[in-house]
Design a protein around this ligand. Structure first.
Ligand SMILES: C[S@@+](CC[C@H](N)C(=O)[O-])C[C@H]1O[C@@H](n2cnc3c(N)ncnc32)[C@H](O)[C@@H]1O
Length: 285
């Protein structure tokens, strides 16, 4: 008869095999690729430091130190802020509120102040944990409040193929131009899941072309990749950000899915935005 220890070891090994099958490790980088990725990460970090040192953005990052929430980092803030200032999305949805909500609200205000004739953009941000919902709102200054709506919502968990998909129950009505996926936590009620809201949004508003940024959630990127055509969903290995440009649910239905493994592509290149060039005007570039 097998010992309890042997049984436990075999269960651990089976769980490991299943996990590896569901979430295969990202493709290993060749040494040369690693050098390129590291250089890209360092370059982006330097750009981000300069980006947030400009007079209009100085002080914006102070909210980071007082937040109880952990999450995105400086280069993520740069990607999100710069994306909004250059592409000027009207409706943004964030999944997982926190410092990033303030960063995006600030970018929306920058756009609105630069061109008051345009209707201002708005951020809807979702959170499922009350403590982080309260903390996220505390971080937001009164001047930025008109640009963001904070919502607390429970989670809905559904099985899709071999994956658990976690979705926020009460998503605000879309359509959205940009979705930033940074929540919910990957483990809930003993289940490990990936965010399923992007697929849901594409069903709810099939004609809306959606840009998607996914922060450091490789399992979500790997779990979603098979639903999309080749090279649509990519993962920037330097910044640890997944992204997808301009996909609608209707276009998706017309194209063959399956993209595995995730290609490493510069997030700026994939989203079609120029990197910030210190001194050059970027608004609406
Ligand atoms: C990675 S956080 C993202 C927060 C926000 N997007 C940001 O980067 O500022 C994702 C989710 O994890 C949860 N969370 C945040 N900070 C946490 C912490 N320190 N410990 C446990 N969960 C946390 C919250 O529910 C949040 O929505």
């Amino acid at each position: 008869m097998r010992s309890i220890r042997g049984f436990a070891q075999s269960m651990v090994s089976r769980a490991h095999t299943l996990k590896t099958k569901l979430f295969p490790p990202p493709p290993q980088l060749e040494p040369v690729e690693r050098v390129v990725v590291t250089a890209r990460a360092e370059r982006t970090r330097r750009e981000a430091q300069q980006y947030f040192a400009t007079p209009e953005r100085k002080g914006l990052l102070e909210c980071v130190v007082s937040s109880i929430s952990t999450g995105a980092d400086l280069t993520d803030y740069y990607v999100l802020h710069h994306y909004i200032v250059t592409r000027r999305p009207r409706r943004i949805l964030e999944l997982g509120s926190g410092v990033t909500s303030v960063i995006m609200a600030h970018a929306l205000r920058e756009v609105a102040e630069a061109d008051p004739s345009r209707p201002p953009g708005h951020l809807e941000t979702m959170e499922d944990l009350p403590a982080f919902h309260a903390d996220a709102q505390r971080l937001c200054s009164p001047a930025l409040r008109p640009f963001v709506t904070y919502s607390l919502s429970g989670l809905h968990m559904e099985r899709k193929g071999q994956l658990w998909m976690f979705c926020y129950v009460s998503l605000p009505p879309g359509p959205f131009d940009l979705v930033f996926v940074d929540g919910p936590l990957a483990k809930r009620d003993g289940k490990t899941g990936v965010n399923g809201d992007v697929l849901r949004l594409m069903e709810l508003a099939p004609d809306a072309a959606l840009d998607v940024v996914i922060d450091n959630r490789l399992p979500t990127c790997i779990g979603l990749a098979p639903y999309f055509p080749e090279r649509l969903l990519v993962f920037d290995q330097a910044l640890r950000i997944g992204c997808m440009r301009g996909m609608s649910g209707r276009a998706l239905r017309a194209q063959p899915a399956r993209s595995r493994p995730l290609p490493d592509v510069d997030v700026f290149e994939h989203l079609g935005i120029k990197r910030w060039d210190n001194g050059a005007p970027t608004l609406g570039a």
